[in-house]
Write a protein that binds this ligand. Structure first.
Ligand SMILES: Cc1cc2nc3c(=O)[nH]c(=O)nc-3n(C[C@H](O)[C@H](O)[C@H](O)COP(=O)(O)OP(=O)(O)OC[C@H]3O[C@@H](n4cnc5c(N)ncnc54)[C@H](O)[C@@H]3O)c2cc1C
Length: 458
């Protein structure tokens, strides 16, 4: 450890209490990465810091700025893009202890929260007022509001209620030099100045530390109807998504599962869906019109080659929960790479067809789950370690092919997980040099010493 680094740690000790500064090996390891792929040995941070107040964060950032010490802000570490992977000497600012719901104002449909509040806990708290916080990543029982904001997380209900950005009205942010700024407003509407709240939503810890947020809530739907639809093939299920749109039904949830994903769920939950179909749509309609929308859906798929769950049965609700709690991960030894592209909805059918072709030509397997209402697909390629020549290289080529295909079809390299560390090389495939430069300039403006999650997102 260099003299500057140890001097920094000594000074940190003087501004925080002993239990707020962790250097035990197991804690450093736990905080060294997220759920994203990591190649090689883990790199340890110098320390993990647990702020409890906004002032704590300010004190830490002032010292980090002075000592040019990189800082990785961290929520629950459920990110899948390596956004919190430690890549060099740094401290991890773990925000999980700043987890107070500061205020719920039901009459304004607003909640004010600290960044470490778990998405699920907020939803439980506001439900007693007949309200919900709509963005619900499948990780909602684990992930934090701060992490959701920093990644502009999507989720199942985003098909109807929009992604995180549409629910963030204001954020308090500690800047790289320790200054505290309040961005945004308490009202749903407001157009004064540039949309800096929007800029911070999805900035992946590279522009500042989110220490408080004012969130828009929605009314809890008075009625919810869940329907599962088992189709003979993936192509038929994608066409099913288009039929739902043409029927002008607006699902709150519209998830797509292909056969290999259904097989994994069957295996995990001892069900037997794979024997009866090749792909599944999980649909939720909600609100006062739910009954009517369900009726329209049933009429739309009448006499089609598709099996719908019975009305009122809890089968589809259970399936939605199964989908939420599983990304279809399995515990075998196969090499596996998963992705998060999005394409315009009209291209989903073509994308899925060509995706299979890509997997076939590189002799790897592919399975797909999708937030189909948003055109956001999560293909996962896999191959057995001993299968053929250089299986890892074939896997990478298939993955790259799937990313290029998404861009060719007018889509994006990441629909909701963020660029993090893992997708940086692909950013220039999607964005021009001018746009990349503009973003570097914005980063330099907010973080002139490049200490906020350096090497991520851009
Ligand atoms: C099983 C599973 C299902 C998932 N499903 C979805 C899904 O449906 N939709 C989806 O979008 N994602 C999903 N994800 C990915 C992940 O849960 C989200 O990206 C989530 O928003 C991350 O929140 P977190 O608290 O874990 O943040 P972390 O992983 O700790 O951090 C994520 C990023 O945010 C930054 N950050 C965290 N807190 C702050 C803060 N207070 N201020 C500034 N920067 C901060 C970090 O530096 C990092 O760049 C899933 C992950 C898993 C494991």
């Amino acid at each position: 450890m260099s003299e500057t680094q140890s001097d920094f740690l000594i000074q940190l000790n003087t501004v925080l209490s002993a239990e707020q500064l962790e250097q035990r090996a197991e804690v450093l390891l736990e905080n060294s990465r997220d759920f994203g792929q990591f190649v090689g040995d883990p790199i340890m941070p110098l320390a993990v810091v647990y702020p409890r107040t906004v002032e704590d964060v300010q004190k830490v950032m002032r010292l980090a700025y002075e000592h040019r010490m990189p800082v990785v802000s961290r929520g629950a570490g459920t990110g899948v893009s390596g956004g919190v992977h430690v890549t060099g000497k740094c401290i991890v600012l773990n925000l999980m202890q700043m987890n107070r719901i500061v205020e719920v104002r039901p009459e304004d449909e607003v909640a004010v929260v600290e960044p470490g509040v778990i998405n699920y806990d907020l939803n439980v708290a506001v439900s007693e007022h007949g309200l919900m916080y709509a963005p619900d990543p499948a990780s909602y029982k684990m992930s934090t509001i701060g992490g959701n904001i920093a990644t502009n997380a999507g989720g199942l209900r985003c098909a109807k209620y929009g992604v995180t950005r549409e629910s963030v009205l204001a954020v308090d942010v500690v800047l790289s030099d320790g200054r505290l700024v309040h961005l945004g407003r308490n009202t749903f509407k407001g157009v004064a100045g540039y949309d800096l709240t929007g800029l911070f939503t999805g900035s992946e810890g590279t522009l500042g530390v989110v220490v408080r947020a004012v969130l828009r809530l929605r009314y809890l739907p008075v009625d919810e109807r869940d329907i599962s639809m088992l189709f003979p093939s993936l192509e038929a299920a994608v066409l099913g998504v288009q039929r739902i749109a043409r029927a002008r039904v607006q699902p709150a949830i519209l998830e797509l599962l292909d056969l290999p994903t259904i097989e994994i769920l069957d295996d995990q939950y001892s069900t037997n869906y794979a024997a009866h179909g090749g792909a599944m749509l999980l649909v939720r309609v909600d609100g006062y019109g739910a009954e009517k929308e369900e009726a329209v859906l049933r009429e739309t798929f009448e006499n089609q080659e598709v099996t719908l769950s019975d009305s009122g049965a809890d089968e589809a609700t259970t399936l939605i929960e199964m989908r939420r709690t599983s990304r279809g991960d399995t515990k075998d030894d196969a090499y596996r790479m998963g992705e998060d592209i999005a394409v315009p909805k009209s291209k989903m059918s073509d994308y899925v067809r060509e995706l299979r072709q890509i997997a076939y030509s590189h002799e790897v397997d592919v399975r797909v789950i999708a937030h189909a209402g948003d055109g956001n697909l999560h293909p996962t390629f896999s191959v057995e370690p001993g299968a053929g020549v250089d299986p890892l290289a074939r896997l990478s080529k298939a993955l790259e092919g799937s990313i290029r295909l998404a861009i060719e079809m007018g889509g994006t390299i990441t629909g909701e997980h963020g660029v993090g560390l893992i997708k940086r090389d692909w950013l220039s495939w999607e964005q021009t040099a001018d746009v990349l430069l503009l973003q570097q300039e914005i980063k330099a403006l907010f973080d002139p010493r490049n200490i906020l999650n350096p090497g991520k997102a851009l």
